[in-house]
Design a protein around this ligand. Structure first.
Ligand code: CAA
Length: 384
């Protein structure tokens, strides 16, 4: 499907492109080295309306559609994938889940600060022994009067250190399987919530990934998101949207890698001519551009289906699967085209290559996407 963008979508794309290439790109390489959290970028992104893009205006958001959102996210990822993943989890999973499942009181309490970029949201589903299989999580939430008391360890939490609130899933009924999992909003500063180990990662180094430790963490019962036992569904619905976000990140990084490779190939002489004149490289560039365009169209298709309020689980997984595997091929080829220089930190492609590696892993591995896709196509749900 060829997706024709509206004037408004094109305007958002061009505004974010300008901001991203002027402001976000300027510090991306340095942040990759220092691991400094992109707080300045995110503050400015809040001012530009990028931290609550799909949130209705009455809660401080932009009320934009998902197509506009993926355009914006791709543009941020083009310059800095670390900044993009924070934007993605915050918008696609945290804000969207509160809009969709939060009570009016929770929406009024949390969305204005989230959309302004005053606080960043995190999403805590994964545990040390529960990654692809979140139903096997061990974190519990026990009712105690008008509170729940949460105990457990969450792992690989994007923005765990720098978030202002986290949506956490926990078992409220040990015997009820996925229907015994509920979701809660926990604010940073809660004495029962501590930040544990911070991961030292090969990529996305300016985005912090941490353990979150819940130790007798008392949360008011009204902080439950959705209904009792709805936590797994909230996570799955959130991940459907999140997976479109990973496709957008993939498209952005892949385009940056292709543009860098073209720039290098047009400037580099070997055997008496620019290497961009060699047929071998021209065909690689043609294949790269074609794969990026295919991923972009899958991303648009899933986003447009979400905007039309159709069921888009299948398309989100297809977009995530194809785009995340595509960007790993593209960044590898872009690095190869740079020869030895591609292996050095003097050129950005080695950062793109490292950043892209996790895209086939987080928010559901490629293997999990294939389970979701095959279950949806064959229509006979099969356990992994
Ligand atoms: N939308 C709505 N409901 C859904 C759904 C969806 N997309 N997918 C599943 N459900 C519902 C099902 O309908 C079912 O409900 P009922 O029994 O009431 O009908 C229930 O959820 C259980 O479904 P399954 O039996 O299919 O569940 P499962 O245990 O077999 O698991 C899975 C399915 C797709 C493998 C799922 O576990 C999964 O997605 N795993 C990967 C987890 C993941 O992506 N983790 C990423 C962590 S977050 C992260 O990386 C964020 C970050 O910080 C970057």
């Amino acid at each position: 499907m060829f997706y024709k963008l509206t004037d408004e979508q094109l305007m958002i794309q061009s505004m974010v492109r300008e901001f991203s290439r002027k402001v976000v790109a300027a510090t991306a390489a340095e942040r990759d080295k220092t691991k400094e959290f992109p707080a300045d970028n995110l503050r400015q992104m809040g001012e530009l309306g990028l931290m609550g893009m799909m949130v209705p205006a009455e809660y401080g958001g932009e009320g934009a559609d998902t197509v506009s959102y993926v355009l914006a996210l791709s543009e941020i990822a083009y310059s800095c994938a670390s900044t993009a993943v924070v934007m993605s989890v915050h918008n696609s999973i945290v804000c969207e889940s509160i809009v969709r499942f939060g009570s009016e009181a929770l929406k009024k309490r949390f969305l204005p600060r989230l959309t302004a970029g005053e606080i960043i949201g995190a999403f805590a589903l994964t545990e040390p022994h529960a990654g692809s299989d979140p139903v096997s999580q061990l974190t519990t939430a026990e009712r105690d009067g008008d509170h729940y008391v949460i105990n457990g360890v969450k792992r690989f939490i994007t923005t765990g250190q720098n978030c202002g609130l986290v949506i956490v899933t926990a078992k409220t009924d040990e015997s009820a399987g996925h229907r015994g999992i509920s979701a809660f909003i926990v604010e940073k500063g809660n004495p029962g919530l501590k930040v544990g180990h911070t991961e030292d990662k090969m990529g996305l180094r300016a985005s912090d990934t941490t353990d979150l430790l819940f130790e007798d963490c008392r949360v008011p019962a009204e902080n439950m998101l959705g209904k009792l036992g709805e936590g797994f569904k909230i996570a799955m619905v959130g991940l459907d949207g999140g997976r479109i976000g990973i496709a957008a990140q993939s498209v952005g990084v892949a385009q940056a890698a292709l543009d860098a490779a073209i720039k290098y190939a047009k400037g580099r002489d070997q055997f008496g001519q620019k290497i961009s004149k060699f047929q071998g490289l021209r065909w690689i560039i043609a294949d790269m551009a074609t794969e990026i365009e295919a991923a972009r169209q899958l991303m648009f298709s899933a986003a447009a289906m979400k905007d039309r309020k159709e069921k888009y689980t299948l398309q989100a997984s297809m977009a995530k699967l194809y785009a995340s595997e595509m960007v790993n091929r593209i960044t590898g080829k872009a690095l190869q085209m740079h020869g030895g220089y591609g292996f050095t930190a003097d050129y950005p492609v080695e950062r793109f290559y490292r950043d892209a590696r996790v895209f086939t892993i987080y928010e559901g591995t490629s293997e999990i996407q294939r389970i979701v896709i095959s279950n949806n196509i064959l229509k006979d749900k099969r356990k992994p």
